[in-house]
Design a protein around this ligand. Sequence first.
Ligand code: UDP
Ligand code: MG
Length: 319
Amino acid sequence: MSATPTILLSIVIPVYNEELNLPTLFARLYPVLDALGRRYEIVFTNDGSADRSFALLQAQHAARPDVTRVIDFNSNYGQHMAIMAAFERVRGEVIVTLDADLQNPPEEIPKLLEKIAAGHDYVGGFRIDRQDSLFRTCASRLINFVREKTTSIEMTDQGCMLRAYKREIVEAIVRSGAINTFIPALAYSFSGNPAEVGVKHEERHAGVSNYSFYSLIRLNFDLITGFSLAPLQYFTMFAGLSAAGSFLLVLILAYRRLFLGAEAEGIFTLFGILFFLLSVAMIGIGLIGEYVGRTYQVVRARQRYYVRETLETKSEGSQ
Ligand code: UDP
Ligand code: MG
């Protein structure tokens, strides 16, 4: 990251197959930022789009080379990696992330900036009147609940990507070298003074969500396992309890076998021993899991994306 103090604001937007939304996004976003009257830049990451998104970004870079930068990934690495690549390159003192599909109205950006100006180092948006399918909304509530129980992260709406960060926070995120991460949660863990504001939420302007059921599950797995070892610990505790229960069963069956005689030719005694050994094996798996989890936390520090090309002019930033 090279710091040019004259650029105050960096807008970061991940783009994956958004050809239908980009023209409207450009038409709404640039006027909002121009009206702020401060030097800004917009960093788009093309996350391996298969449609005309990159061509549209190239054209936009040609039209507004003063404020537009484009990072082009060779393939699809996911929304959070796209944001990470932009974070590594931003020049602003304040950084705002935004979705390209206009679900986060660009007109809400000044609201976040006000909170930053009031002294907060991280401002998260939460969606007022969320416009997503019932399934997405319910799934999101469930994962919010699990996250609250397993990590110390407090957020009203972890899925809202309209967020503002002070440069220190973004630098800490980049330094952490995290991969497969969940940026809002990581930012929260580095923030000393977070705030939240309600932001409008619109329906996707065009196209369908890029998240398949599988990638949503993956993302939420990353959120939970990336920030705590609690699932592994719960698993080991459960295995321990079941081992204790089975051991009790073995004792009871042994007592019956010795004093009351064999039942069904001792088959239940065998079952008891079998259950006990099974529980021991589960504890073993749990323990191995703990170590794999810890090792994973270290190994995660790998860089996981490849930038094919960046479009930018040397002297960015305009009024
Ligand atoms: N996105 C991305 N890479 C992906 C999936 C999504 O860069 O693999 C971008 C997408 O272009 C959009 C934002 O991330 O700007 C949010 O994606 P989407 O609208 O599909 O997610 P949802 O709003 O359904 O959570
Ligand atoms: Mg969306």
